[in-house]
Design a protein around this ligand. Structure first.
Ligand SMILES: NC(=O)c1ccc[n+]([C@@H]2O[C@H](COP(=O)([O-])OP(=O)(O)OC[C@H]3O[C@@H](n4cnc5c(N)ncnc54)[C@H](OP(=O)(O)O)[C@@H]3O)[C@@H](O)[C@H]2O)c1
Length: 322
């Protein structure tokens, strides 16, 4: 494994990490989850990502359960949660969003579900137009001062809002956001590469990037249709189909990528993940896996990122840019 600093912070995260979205508590049961976390840990993964909303809290329960069962040393791994969407099927107004109340309640609920005394990383899962940014910054700072959160950050916030939060924190001597969690893959590059570009240096922002395979599309598994035993074939995740398959000629670009990977004699999944790793602003690439074999294949990205030459990466970018 390779380790990278979370932005300008001192926290060293594994360059590849494991998330529980759309897997734990839906496609993945407890024993498979245990095996996934065990294999991840054995390969040096030290960051496990979660959110209050994943499987309505069941993903965090399952992750907390298996981490405790595996007796991972608390000082050896990092775990995250995210607040915004709520964990109830139909959250009441105080059960969602980024008010001081919900940030407080969501943190404590995540601590209980994950069976830990503090969250290493705590993200605001989306911006909340109904909560003043200052209120959220103060709420996060309070949790940090109470020792319940170590680093707080955002997920899919516009750059201007991240800057506003950081400016407010500086002005009031509060803890600023340390990291952002954006989507980043060969089919979705703009925000990480352009919009956030000034923030890495100016704010020391780290990036824990998600969906390196665009929900599996970049493995080539949807090139000839949607199989029942895939994420998009699962009834709980069918709502993802239009976004994953249809927008921006994504299927066509994924097919071109798979064809090039075949020509290069490489498996598409680790190749797509390796491409994410090559961006030095990426602190960690969050992997998703519904099976151990997928995780093992995806871990090969670490070697691939070093092995290919610049000309090959240019061809890969050109193929997905069609
Ligand atoms: N902050 C946010 O808003 C946000 C949003 C989304 C995700 N995330 C985080 O990022 C993590 C990763 O996102 P993601 O799960 O979308 O990542 P992804 O890598 O784009 O998709 C992972 C899925 O692709 C399939 N897959 C993975 N490896 C494969 C392989 N080698 N061969 C064939 N299929 C393979 C599996 O689905 P099937 O086997 O079921 O088809 C797997 O669950 C999440 O768990 C979560 O922690 C955050």
């Amino acid at each position: 494994m390779q380790y990278r600093r979370l932005g300008h912070s001192g926290l060293q995260l594994s360059a590849l990490s494991l998330g529980a979205w759309a897997t734990f508590g839906t496609r993945v049961g407890r024993s498979e989850a245990r095996e996934l976390v065990a294999v991840a840990w054995d390969h040096g993964i030290n960051f496990f990502d979660n959110a209050e909303s994943y499987a309505q809290g069941d993903a965090e329960r399952m992750m907390g359960d298996v981490i405790a069962d595996l007796r991972l040393p608390r000082d050896g791994y990092c775990v995250s949660s995210k607040v915004y969407f709520g964990s109830a099927a139909s959250p009441r107004p105080t059960q969602r969003g980024l008010s001081r109340k919900h940030v407080h309640d969501a943190c404590h609920a995540a601590l209980a579900r994950l069976r830990v005394e503090y969250l290493d990383l705590f993200f605001c899962h989306r911006p909340d137009p109904d909560a003043p940014v200052a209120e959220t910054v103060w709420a996060m700072d309070t949790l940090i001062r109470q020792g319940k959160v170590l680093y707080w950050g955002t997920s899919e916030w516009p750059a201007a809002l991240i800057r506003e939060a950081a400016d407010l924190a500086r002005k009031h001597r509060l803890h600023p956001p340390t990291m952002e969690q954006p989507e980043y893959n060969l089919l979705h590059r703009r925000r990480v590469e352009l919009e956030y570009a000034p923030l890495y240096g100016e704010l020391g922002l780290g990036a824990t990037t998600w969906s390196p395979l665009a929900s599996g599309l970049l493995t080539g598994k949807y090139n000839a249709g949607v199989a029942e035993d895939s994420r998009l074939g699962h009834p709980a995740h069918a709502w993802l189909r239009p976004g994953v398959l249809e927008e921006g000629r994504r299927l066509e670009r994924a097919r071109a990528f798979a064809a090039l990977a075949a020509e290069l004699g490489l498996a598409p999944a680790p190749l797509a993940i390796a491409w994410c790793l090559r961006n030095p602003h990426v602190s960690t690439v969050l992997l998703g896996a519904s099976r151990v074999a997928q995780l093992l294949e995806n871990l090969q990205a670490l070697d691939l990122a070093e092995r290919l030459d610049a000309a090959a990466w240019r061809r890969i970018e050109a193929a997905t840019d069609v």
